[in-house]
Design a protein around this ligand. Structure first.
Ligand code: NAD
Length: 316
């Protein structure tokens, strides 16, 4: 299969690309190596497979229709995994227009070109953030998601709506996956697992937002990768499916786990919870189990152990 992976040099995209190449697929990677975090990290992310003869990389902007049109005409992808985006709740509050440009225009371009080129399956990375401050836990796909509380969440909800339009009007099979806080090797440096481990390793101050009772459904990247590839292989007409660990961890417990794995005490600074941050994320994964045979197998302790080992090996 010839699969176009947007955001191929990012955290999740590089795991997906490597897994697809390992099973014999051709991967057409698209990434603009944006500077939301150090682009050198993205160069490292792809270093293990960029010379694979079945991998072709385009350093391109998904929000440029002419550029993406050229790539589709040249490569004729059979399936698309659309991961490229501006990610991050807090960053989206700082730069809402940029988020709208990349996430909304970019996703529209990808869907339109996938329709025109008869793509067999389109997998879109949505986010648990669409649930906003959902009162009911765990979050299920049929819960109301009309009340996002950050520009980022709104772009992800808009992406799901656009996927529905293309599925309905043009029979483009689309699966939207609501990913719940993904962590693991190659993890994003703006996210808590990376920031906390780095701070404790380097004996720097760690910022804890709120009283530490906020909970996140941290999901190990290998489990997410399996879920995304299963969605790629299933070809549903239109589905929205949660991919999480379904076992939320409280911030205070999270910090204690990091302290114990790194073997150092955290220097904690406490600040109020920033606007846009939700109190809890907690995935109901019954639909993923049923439709994708999805079963996360990495507990938070085991996943953080792997993450800390990776971080340590990188630091030396
Ligand atoms: N990591 C998580 O916890 C999480 C949770 C929910 C949803 N998601 C979604 O999953 C996807 C991948 O997330 P990630 O954590 O790997 O983030 P990431 O930032 O590491 O990867 C995104 C990639 O997209 C690229 N990109 C950004 N703008 C682009 C543009 N205009 N054109 C081409 N490429 C562009 C970036 O350079 C980056 O490599 C994103 O859509 C994100 O919103 C991630």
């Amino acid at each position: 299969m010839r699969i176009l992976v947007t955001g191929a040099a990012g955290f999740i995209g590089s795991h997906i690309s490597e897994t697809l190449l390992a099973r014999g697929d051709e991967v057409i990677g698209v990434d603009n190596f944006c500077d939301y975090y150090d682009p050198l990290i993205k160069e490292n992310n792809i270093s293990d497979f960029e010379n694979n003869k079945y991998f072709r990389l385009y350093r391109a902007d998904i929000d440029s229709y002419p550029v993406m049109n050229h790539i589709f005409n040249k490569e004729k992808p059979q399936k698309v995994i659309h991961l490229a985006a501006r990610a991050g709740v807090r960053a989206s509050i700082q730069e809402p227009l940029l988020f709208s440009q990349v996430n909304n225009v970019g996703t529209s371009n990808l869907l339109e070109l996938s329709h025109q080129h008869g793509v067999e399956n389109f997998v879109f990375s949505s986010s648990s953030s669409v649930y906003g401050n959902n009162e009911k836990i765990p979050f299920a796909e049929e819960d109301n998601v009309d009340y996002p509380i950050s520009p980022y969440a709104a772009t992800k909800k808009a992406g799901e709506l656009l996927c529905h339009v293309y599925s309905h009007l043009h029979d483009l099979p689309c699966t939207c996956l609501r990913l719940f806080t993904v962590y693991g090797p190659k993890g994003r440096p703006d996210m808590a697992p990376y920031k906390f481990v780095k701070a404790v390793f380097e004996e720097q101050k760690l910022t804890k937002y709120g009283d530490g009772t906020m909970r996140r459904d941290y999901t190990f990247v290998d489990d997410i990768t399996k879920g995304i590839i299963s969605a790629l292989d299933h070809e549903y007409k239109f589905e929205i499916i949660n991919l999480g660990n379904s076992d939320p961890v409280e911030l205070n417990d999270f910090i204690a786990i990091v302290e114990s794995l790194v073997g150092k005490k955290a220097k904690i600074e406490t600040l109020p919870v920033p606007p846009g941050d939700v109190k809890v994320t907690y995935a109901d994964i019954n639909k993923a189990k049923k439709l994708l045979d999805y079963q996360p197998t990495t507990s938070f302790d085991a996943g953080m152990d792997k993450f800390v080992s990776w971080f340590g090996s990188k630091a030396v």
